[in-house]
Ligand binder design. Structure first.
Ligand code: SF4
Length: 195
């Protein structure tokens, strides 16, 4: 059991965040609280800085991420790297995590219930990484973070002192090439948040 049943989520998040990165990583690696763990090879935790200014939140691991244990290490990861280059962020500036840590079968979207069960890990990661800016990569990341759809594409909101902005998931750049220029426009509109 990765998380304590019946514990209030804010208490659980606080406890996990206070316990440190090593403890959180171990909790995720040991977790089997939802059915996604059965089909996953490796839970995927994070990559990047532990003191990021910008935190990217994606949806869920895909096939390559499941094999490597590293978020955004496949084709979508190449698009994310291009985006990060366009944003002029250095390696120390950012971190990357996903809404759920284990790969859904056949790359389907994680179910609401799976997102909810995994959410304490997500919120603990955000608390520990303490970014200035959270970039939600697509609607699933938004649903996981906000628990509903509240944001317009590229229109930032401030919550708890953190600027939150939703842009397209990098996979959209692979399948809809017209999205590349649209994504650049969303990034350009929000540069002031991290520059
Ligand atoms: S997806 Fe999250 S809640 Fe489900 S088993 Fe993996 S770490 Fe646990």
């Amino acid at each position: 059991m990765g998380k304590v049943q019946g514990t209030d989520i804010s208490t659980l998040v606080e406890e996990m965040a206070n316990a440190g990165f090593g403890h959180l990583e171990e909790s995720i690696l040991q977790c089997s609280d939802c059915a996604l763990r059965e089909g996953a090879t490796n839970p995927v935790i994070m990559k990047g800085s532990r003191t990021p200014r910008v935190l990217f939140i994606g949806e869920a691991p895909g096939k390559t991420e499941d094999m490597t244990g590293i978020p955004f290490s496949g084709r979508a990861g190449k698009k994310l790297d291009e985006m990060i280059g366009y944003m002029s962020l250095s390696d120390d500036d950012y971190a990357v995590i996903n809404a759920v840590k284990c790969r859904p079968p056949n790359n389907r979207k994680p179910l609401k219930g799976e997102i909810e069960i995994c959410r304490p890990f997500l919120m603990a990661q955000i608390k520990m990484l303490d970014p200035q800016v959270i970039i939600l990569l697509g609607n699933t990341a938004e649903e996981a973070f906000c628990r509903s759809k509240k944001l317009e594409w590229g229109i930032p909101k401030v919550s708890g002192g953190i600027s939150i902005v939703k842009i397209y998931h990098p996979a959209a750049m692979i399948y809809q090439r017209s999205r590349i220029e649209e994504q650049k426009a969303l990034i350009d509109k929000n540069r002031h948040l991290w520059e």
